[in-house]
Design a protein around this ligand. Sequence first.
Ligand SMILES: [Zn+2]
Length: 78
Amino acid sequence: MLKLLILGAILYFIYISFFKRKIINTTNTTSSKNKKKIDADTVVECHQCKTYVSIDEAIMMDGKYFCSKECVDAYNRS
Ligand SMILES: [Zn+2]
């Protein structure tokens, strides 16, 4: 009977550690994946030339997005 309890306890600990690790792994991959996906998929319109650029490459000026430095300059000149 005691052996059974010890075996049960060992199995329980294995199960808990495995389950915990699984949860941490899942949360980490899901959150980082989601963040990456949002960053890569978010496209903004250039205020100057109306070209769509990914938010990673866009330049922000006065709360507006621009595709390149040229468009920022053009916007500043106008
Ligand atoms: Zn532009």
